[in-house]
Design a protein around this ligand. Structure first.
Ligand SMILES: NC(=O)c1ccc[n+]([C@@H]2O[C@H](COP(=O)([O-])OP(=O)(O)OC[C@H]3O[C@@H](n4cnc5c(N)ncnc54)[C@H](O)[C@@H]3O)[C@@H](O)[C@H]2O)c1
Length: 392
């Protein structure tokens, strides 16, 4: 039986879309008492909405006040990516544990700078590594935890695949992972200065971290040290050839970012993983990781799944019924999202993070995965721009 632990006191910064993913996750944490104390957003209206919906005790707009609260154990960072490293460093210095949304960081240019995507990628790569090294140095001064909120690590098919790989001590030879969709509803998704990159950073980051996690699990089970040896990539803007009319079903509006990326990582044991991300894929969100090892093939179908297939001739009565992401209509056949917060890993993620704090353990999704993922993505941009393999 687990010993009685004191409640983990949570302070969340950012009350936008992802704050709800975390709020839903916190609601389902079991076995660890938690206290949602404060939600902080520059926009107090949003902060109050999140407070009311998930039962936080207070809503505030001042991040420094959040850090100054001695009761708060962990700062949950769900702000835009350009703030992540700075906020994480401040929180660690204030003696707090940190949960940080993906991506860990990126290159965003100077404040107000436009067309940041035209910056030489060698410059971006260097700057991003420097930012992450600075955070690493802060981490070396504290015993507080850094927990990387990458839900793919906790997606139930990926967790099951990890268990199988550990138990069979399989040698993974090749993995293929994808997260593709038909563009974002966010007006800033096409701008490098807001997102730190295009579809690779927005969605490709998910399967990439998931595959790095699986490779890490293999290394642990087999007692091997497996590192990243090199990265080669191709990125592009596939929608540039469309007329306005032809573009009508695709929301992607890349300004100085890519809408397509394919990234090959070669590991030190000679094995490979391929990450694919496209912002121009119709038919709903496509999330999967395929794992091919010496003794198994594991297909992690994250979305869509076949748990519930629906068919409708009309949408009467379905106005408030969520069927699936990124599909504009519910008519005809559809693969409904069922228990999405569990299958896509949001629940398992927060459960692991709360146990990490309560029982002083190492989270499955940690700083090393966050660091490697960001380094690989920017190495990929460098590789694509200079037409060469980037060695680590
Ligand atoms: N894991 C996933 O599936 C997933 C999904 C969506 C977003 N995300 C990640 O979550 C993060 C947030 O994305 P989002 O979609 O929620 O963005 P969002 O724009 O909806 O919300 C971000 C919020 O942060 C607030 N904010 C900005 N600066 C602040 C500051 N200095 N102090 C306090 N609040 C501040 C904004 O007012 C805004 O409400 C991003 O890193 C994104 O990549 C992850």
């Amino acid at each position: 039986m687990k010993e009685q632990v004191k409640p983990v006191v949570i302070g969340t910064v950012g009350a936008g879309y992802a704050a709800h993913l975390h709020g839903n996750g916190y609601e389902k944490v079991s076995g660890v008492p938690i206290r949602l104390k404060t939600v902080c957003d520059l926009n107090l209206t949003l902060a109050n909405e999140v407070k009311e919906r998930y039962g936080y005790e207070q809503a505030i707009s001042d991040f420094d006040a959040l850090l100054a609260d001695p009761e708060i154990d962990v700062i949950d960072i769900v702000t835009p990516p350009f703030l992540h490293c700075n906020m994480a460093a401040k929180a660690l210095r204030a003696g707090k544990h940190v949960i940080c949304e993906k991506p860990l960081t990126g290159y965003f240019g100077a404040p107000g700078e436009e067309n940041v995507g035209a910056t030489p990628k060698s410059q971006m790569y260097k700057a991003v590594l420097e930012t992450m090294e600075e955070l690493k140095q802060v981490m070396a001064t504290t015993d507080k935890k850094f927990m990387y909120a990458e839900n793919f690590v906790y997606a139930t098919p990926v967790q099951k695949a990890a268990e199988i790989i550990r138990n069979k001590k399989s040698k993974i030879l090749f993995m293929k992972g994808e997260e593709s969709l038909k563009g974002s509803s966010s007006p800033v998704a096409g701008k490098w200065n807001k997102t730190g990159g295009g579809i690779l950073v927005r969605t490709g980051t998910h399967p990439l971290t998931g595959m790095l996690f699986l490779k890490q699990q293999e290394a642990l089970a087999r007692g091997e040290v497996i590192t990243v040896k090199s990265v080669s990539a191709d990125v592009g803007v596939t929608t540039a050839c469309l007329t306005e009319h032809e573009h009508r079903h695709i929301a992607a509006r890349p300004e100085d970012v890519e809408d397509y990326a394919a990234v090959t990582v070669t590991f030190s044991d000679g094995t490979k993983c391929l990450t694919i991300a496209s912002d121009a894929v119709l038919g709903g969100t496509k999330n999967y990781i395929e794992v091919y090892s010496n003794d198994s093939a594991l297909m992690c179908n994250i979305t869509p799944t076949d748990l519930l297939n629906t068919y409708f001739l009309d949408e009467d009565g379905l106005e408030d019924t969520y069927i699936s992401e990124m599909l504009p209509a519910k008519l005809g056949w559809n693969k409904a999202f069922v228990s999405d917060e569990i299958i896509r890993g949001y629940m398992g993620e927060l459960q692991d993070f709360m146990e990490t704090i309560a029982y002083d353990k190492v989270p499955s999704s940690n700083f090393e995965l966050a660091y490697q993922t960001t380094k690989i993505m920017y190495a990929a941009y460098l590789s694509a721009e200079e037409g060469r393999r980037v060695d680590f």
